[in-house]
Design a protein. Structure first.
Length: 62
């Protein structure tokens, strides 16, 4: 497995599982600037991870 394919796999799985991490932040409420920044940071990280993991082979139809 090359570095590129490893990075793609990590990006795919981080992008897929990260919503489970930021969902509690959203559910408990965004009542301060730091929580808003945390939530926006999680969403930005999620978007980057999904873009990086977009070409993961397991997601392509055979």
């Amino acid at each position: 497995m090359s570095v590129g394919s490893s990075l793609t796999a990590v990006g795919f799985w981080v992008g897929s599982l990260l919503p489970f991490v930021y969902l509690p932040v959203f559910a408990t409420g965004i009542d301060s600037a730091s929580r808003l920044l945390l939530f926006v940071g999680f969403i930005a990280l999620n978007v980057v991870a999904l873009v990086v993991g977009h070409d993961y082979p397991e997601t392509r139809s055979q």
